[in-house]
Design a protein around this ligand. Structure first.
Ligand SMILES: Cc1ncc(C[n+]2csc(CCOP(=O)(O)OP(=O)(O)O)c2C)c(N)n1
Ligand SMILES: [Mg+2]
Length: 365
């Protein structure tokens, strides 16, 4: 193998620092994050899990329209945000609400989209978090554009672009990686391979040795990481961010994880996958693994764990309170903010809708 291929190809096995029992294994290239970073990640994981489970309940109560849960993928979610600096940008998908919240957006603001109230509940510029994208892989091109602009301006910004395994089959994925590679823009592509795109398994998505092996075709570095090992994800993704900031160009990282729940509340996953498979992954819970490690090395006692759980409970309570308030969206908002002056065809549509609303609900305007 040529020297260049060796630097670009991912490992045969995903990088792992903590084994299933929380024991640290030394790695030649990647270090275990320091105590403070791991404890911070654990806090974010506990909060993320609590929010995921709260959102599941809110859907069942009719308070959220839909929730694509990242239950089981929280190590990827929190690491993707924790490795970023203030000036960096995050480009999330519909499944990445916990990554968005870890970046500082409040759960109530983050969930405006999934409640169906508005396109985004937070100011992307303020948090440097793009709106969560539903059309697959489109956000990767936007991410590359922002990273390219930052490079042209000489700013030290790095962009974290998230997508799922299914999204790697989209044309946009190819265009984003190719442009980023050719222009060496400071972007990190983090693919959360959770084994499914709704009901379609990874085996129907690619014939490549792994998704990370696609990187060498673009001439960029690829790496694979155990996505349920928060220490490894922090280390591998953090290294890619450092390289991007140092001008070494983009990376493609595949995090091997699992979607432990159905795609969304509208999906019945018992129709296409066995319970044994799900149970095997539940046993590899990212939260339990790092908790076991932190307890074993004396960084987490019962008191601190209870304090962290209470803080997560408080976050869930605030979220419930926010979601239980009634919002009354103005139907005319559908027609606002698109054009400075509303074109005649949209004005006609609004008049039609208004007439209909007045007829059906007797609303006064
Ligand atoms: C361009 C486009 N095509 C199809 C869909 C419908 N769709 C929504 S989610 C999804 C599966 C995506 O799977 P993956 O990228 O693995 O992400 P995951 O949901 O597993 O996080 C599909 C096909 C879409 N949102 N956008
Ligand atoms: Mg997937």
């Amino acid at each position: 193998m040529t020297a260049i291929a060796e630097t670009l190809l991912p490992r045969e096995q995903p990088v792992s620092l903590l084994d299933a029992d929380g024991v640290v294994h030394a790695d030649d290239a990647y270090e275990r994050p320091d105590d403070e970073a791991l404890l911070g990640a654990y806090r974010a994981l506990v909060t993320g899990r609590r929010v995921n489970d709260q959102c599941y309940a809110l859907v069942r109560q009719g308070r959220l329209a839909v929730y694509p849960s990242s239950h089981g993928q929280e190590a990827c979610q929190v690491a993707a945000s924790l490795v970023l600096s203030d000036q960096d940008w995050l480009f999330p998908t519909y499944r990445d609400s916990v990554a968005v919240m870890t970046r500082g957006v409040s759960p109530a603001e983050a969930l405006v989209l999934l409640r169906g109230d508005w396109h985004s509940g937070y100011d992307p510029q303020r948090y440097r978090v793009a709106p969560q994208a539903t059309p697959l892989a489109t956000q990767l091109l936007h991410a590359v554009g922002v990273a390219h602009a930052a490079k042209l301006r000489g700013e030290p910004t790095v962009v974290m672009a998230l997508c799922g395994d299914g999204a790697t089959s989209e044309g946009d994925f190819h265009e984003a990686l190719n442009f980023a590679a050719v222009f060496r823009v400071p972007v990190v592509f983090l693919v959360q391979n959770n084994e499914f795109a709704i009901s379609v398994p990874l085996s129907r998505q690619t014939a490549a040795a792994s998704l990370a092996h696609k990187a060498i075709g673009y001439g960029i570095r690829g790496q694979r990481v155990d996505g349920n090992d928060v220490a490894a994800v922090l280390s591998v993704v953090g290294d890619a961010v450092d390289r991007a900031r140092a001008g070494e160009g983009p990376s493609l990282i595949e995090a091997h994880t699992y979607r432990m729940q159905a795609h969304t509340n509208a999906d019945d996953d018992t129709r296409y996958r066995g319970r044994d498979e799900v149970a095997a992954w539940v046993a590899r819970d990212p939260l339990v693994r790092v908790r076991t490690h932190l307890q074993a090395v004396g960084l987490l006692d019962e008191e601190l764990d209870a304090e962290i759980a209470d803080a997560a409970e408080e976050t869930a309570a605030q979220l419930r309170a926010a979601m239980n308030t009634e919002v009354e969206p103005d139907p005319e908002d559908l027609f606002r903010y698109v054009f400075a002056e509303r074109p005649p065809h949209l004005e006609r549509q609004w008049q039609q809708l208004r007439d209909e609303l007045e007829r059906n609900e007797g609303i006064e305007r």
